[in-house]
Design a protein around this ligand. Structure first.
Ligand SMILES: Nc1ncnc2c1ncn2[C@@H]1O[C@H](COP(=O)(O)OP(=O)(O)O)[C@@H](O)[C@H]1O
Ligand SMILES: [Mg+2]
Length: 145
């Protein structure tokens, strides 16, 4: 039934919990697992007046790589411990857009994510990323809480 599961992680406790559910499902359904993290580059302040633009672009790439590697390590541990192989996707852009597009591209038949993540306001039941994916995804979405 679920032959390919796209697991979304921002490295938060909630995402790790979601990954644990995904690992159990993957075991039951013998699913392929793809782990996705989306890094959103934000225009920071120009470090120095007159600094070549390439410097800040390079720095952005380094930041993205560091963050995404850490998220992969943290989330991947769940699958390593469960003995489930997985692929990783490091994406740049808007999390909802990238998650929905990659789910289609990968022909995932289930998206698994947390109800909340790293940021946001506690008074909301759902974070904006899980809310957006739930609205726009073309496949079933499991939101773990
Ligand atoms: N940048 C991201 N890349 C991949 N998955 C993400 C990203 N941001 C959030 N998610 C997924 O969406 C879930 C909900 O997070 P989010 O909607 O951002 O809530 P919050 O507003 O509390 O941060 C997370 O547990 C994670 O599974
Ligand atoms: Mg968030």
């Amino acid at each position: 039934m679920f032959s390919k599961i796209l697991v979304c992680s921002d490295g938060s406790e909630e995402a790790i919990k979601a990954a644990q559910s995904a690992a159990e499902l993957a075991k039951k359904f013998n699913s392929t697992v793809v782990l996705i993290n989306v890094f959103t580059p934000t225009p920071g302040p120009m470090p120095f007046v007159g600094a070549p633009e390439a410097v800040s672009y390079n720095q952005m790439a380094v930041d993205a790589d560091e963050v995404q590697e850490a998220v992969e390590r943290r989330t991947g541990r769940v699958f390593d411990e469960a003995g489930i192989p997985y692929q990783t996707r490091r994406e740049l852009g808007h999390p909802v857009d990238r998650i929905v597009s990659v789910a289609e591209e990968e022909k995932a038949d289930l998206i698994v994510m947390g109800s909340r993540g790293l940021g946001g306001f506690q008074r909301f039941l759902l974070g904006s990323v899980s809310d957006g994916v739930l609205h726009h995804a073309h496949c079933p979405v499991l939101i773990v809480r």
